[in-house]
Design a protein around this ligand. Structure first.
Ligand SMILES: [Zn+2]
Length: 282
């Protein structure tokens, strides 16, 4: 577990899965040879074999009595194509409670987008049925994101919409919001579309301090050094590339903590200009 404080906002990271390798399908350009040229990625983000280290975690934002969980990872008991993601039986909810957040205490669930590794704990299996994991929460999702997937249907990863998205709609717990929605005084959404049509990042500002939770507009810090490296999961590669360049330019050399949704420990740092690209200072 890691914690950061941005003014009045306490940010807690609860990890579901952190591992090296098996990431080729996400970032096909980031081969061991190619990342060997980016020395600063070691030791936190690339291992000795040149494999990318990545994390799937949730971030809990606590401010003024609010308890907001950003992205809900993979979940347990779900049928998925990827072996490491299939029929999991992990201690995520226990870890969340031990961090101070029993699931009943969460008042807001915020999904940066509706991919398989961001919606899993939206639901849990009880008596053979998918029920909302966070019964006292409103679930926020960008209206354009929901509309796209509602139209598109499930993809190759498994019945993600069926087991993790639609049960929330049936329970009447969704609030559909625009891409710049203000969640509370300190927290607002920032549109970072391209990876998916309604993808958002989460901007935090309090008492003169600032942070950005990336979501998947980038998956790994290597894309700071190589902004043109796209993800095979990007819905619109050109738009995704343009978003990376625009957001990097916006936050480079600013006192803003960049918290990566898939960045391995230590997960957060400052974005610095480095030649004609960028690096993460941790
Ligand atoms: Zn993801």
């Amino acid at each position: 577990m890691s914690r950061w404080q941005i003014g009045d906002v306490k940010i807690t990271r609860v990890v579901e899965l952190e591992m090296a390798g098996g990431t080729k399908f996400i970032l096909p350009d980031a081969t061991p040879d190619a990342v060997a040229d980016i020395a600063w990625l070691k030791p936190h983000f690339v291992d000795d074999k040149g494999e990318l280290i990545m994390s799937i975690h949730a971030l809990i934002l606590e401010v003024g009595g609010r308890k907001i969980i950003v992205d809900t990872c993979l979940g347990n008991d779900k049928e998925r194509l990827m072996p490491a993601w299939n029929m999991r039986d992990g201690p995520f909810l226990r870890d969340l409670a031990e961090a101070g957040y029993p699931r009943e205490a969460i008042d807001t669930v915020l999904c940066t987008h509706l991919h398989v590794d961001h919606v899993g704990w939206n639901t849990m299996k009880v008596d053979g049925k998918w029920v909302p994991t966070f019964p006292n929460a409103r679930y926020l999702v960008a209206e354009t994101e929901f509309a796209y997937w509602d139209e598109q249907g499930d993809n190759d990863f498994g019945p993600v919409l069926q087991d993790s998205v639609k049960p929330i709609a049936e329970a009447g717990l969704y609030d559909f919001v625009d891409l710049e929605h203000q969640v509370c005084d300190e927290i607002r959404l920032q549109p970072t579309t391209g990876h998916t049509p309604g993808h958002i990042s989460v901007h935090i500002s309090s008492k003169g301090e600032e942070a950005l939770i990336t979501g998947d507009f980038l998956h790994h810090p290597c894309q700071m050094a190589r902004p043109d490296w796209g993800s095979s999961a990007d819905y619109d590669r050109d738009a995704a590339r343009a978003t990376r360049r625009r957001v990097f330019d916006q936050y480079a050399d600013k006192p803003v903590l960049i918290i990566g949704t898939h960045f391995a420990s230590p997960t957060a740092g400052r974005l610095k200009r480095d030649g004609d690209a960028y690096r993460l200072d941790v």
